[in-house]
Design a protein around this ligand. Structure first.
Ligand SMILES: Cc1ncc(COP(=O)(O)O)c(C=O)c1O
Length: 304
């Protein structure tokens, strides 16, 4: 477990392109996709940040089983399965929806890593935060350390703070004015906002439609005791139809991005982030001379 806390910082890579030069923007990418247990594995990126203190806590509580929740394409499910296998926890994944005839790549990967998949109807799954429902699951599977869907809890926010600490160290010569990242539950953004302490602006690009991300992040911040920060915002216009929805335009963008910058993106989160970010840059959203750092939160296992 100790190894988790002593990973070297993930690299920061600068991007170059005519639009960045024209607008006078420095764009850096924090390559947390490279913070991984295995290539294209699930335990990488923000999953690493969000889970590290939780795994230590699970170990401290003497738990040898992790139980968590997610959908068929959940990076979090893949991450818990991989972390469990690597660090020696049994893992139970409570999966939204009936067992499909052909499980998604993510679920196959999780099962191959030893995760027991417990399928539930979509309506039952809505009880994922209900203590009584969880108690029934624990009765069935035995005492476990329970991680919420998406892995977002207080310890996860603590883990995401380390992103800001690393970036400040790595970019000491020109500290970023903006920290931008994709949002699912908003936990990563909330941890970053708390660590920034109002000293730079954080922007979250919602991967989900519905316009609820701002309230979700505000709620997380207030529960975390960091509700007074206001140097942040949510961009809601780049979800491409909703969670895990894609368009040919998004795939074309991912291909071009890989060709031009050598960085693979995932279609659920980071492709939408970078598409939206370049769109804002083209619109002149950032003042010339700004330093922007985009956090590559991983998720590449979902591309298979
Ligand atoms: C690759 C990737 N990026 C971003 C996110 C969003 O993180 P958060 O749920 O902390 O907002 C997730 C998962 O939720 C993810 O898997």
């Amino acid at each position: 477990m100790i190894r988790l806390l002593h990973h070297p910082p993930s690299p920061v890579q600068e991007l170059h392109s005519p639009i960045l030069a024209e607008k006078g923007i420095r764009l850096l990418v924090k390559r947390d996709d490279l913070l991984a247990l295995s290539e294209n594995g699930g335990f990488c990126g923000n999953k690493w940040r969000k889970m590290q203190y939780n795994l230590i806590e699970a170990q401290a509580q003497g738990k040898n089983r992790l139980l968590t929740f997610g959908g068929a394409f959940s990076n979090h499910i893949a991450a818990v399965a991989e972390a469990g296998q690597f660090f020696g926890f049994e893992t139970i994944g409570v999966i939204r929806g009936e067992e499909p005839a052909i499980p998604s790549h993510t679920l196959q990967l999780a099962a191959a890593r030893g995760m027991h998949l417990h399928y539930t109807s979509r309506s039952d799954f809505r009880q994922k935060n209900d203590p009584e429902w969880i108690a029934n699951l624990l009765e069935k599977y035995g005492d476990s350390y329970v991680l919420p869907e998406g892995g977002t809890n207080e310890l996860a926010l603590d883990g995401c703070r380390s992103l800001v600490e690393e970036i400040r160290m790595q970019c000491a010569g020109a500290l970023p004015d903006y920290y931008v990242m994709a949002c699912g539950t908003g936990g990563t953004l909330a941890g970053v906002i708390a660590a920034l302490n109002g000293q730079a602006k954080a922007i979250g690009f919602s991967a989900l439609k519905g316009g609820f991300m701002h309230d979700a992040v505000a709620q997380l911040l207030s529960e975390y005791g960091a509700g007074s920060y206001n140097q942040w915002e949510i961009q809601d216009a780049y979800h491409f139809g909703g969670y895990a929805k894609t368009t040919p335009e998004l795939f074309a963008f991912m291909d071009a991005f890989l060709r031009e910058h050598g960085i693979p993106l995932d279609r659920v989160y980071t492709a939408k982030l970078f598409f939206g970010l370049f769109n804002l840059i083209e619109q002149g959203y950032f003042e010339p001379g700004s330093v922007v750092i985009a956090i590559h939160t991983g998720g590449l296992q979902g591309n298979s």
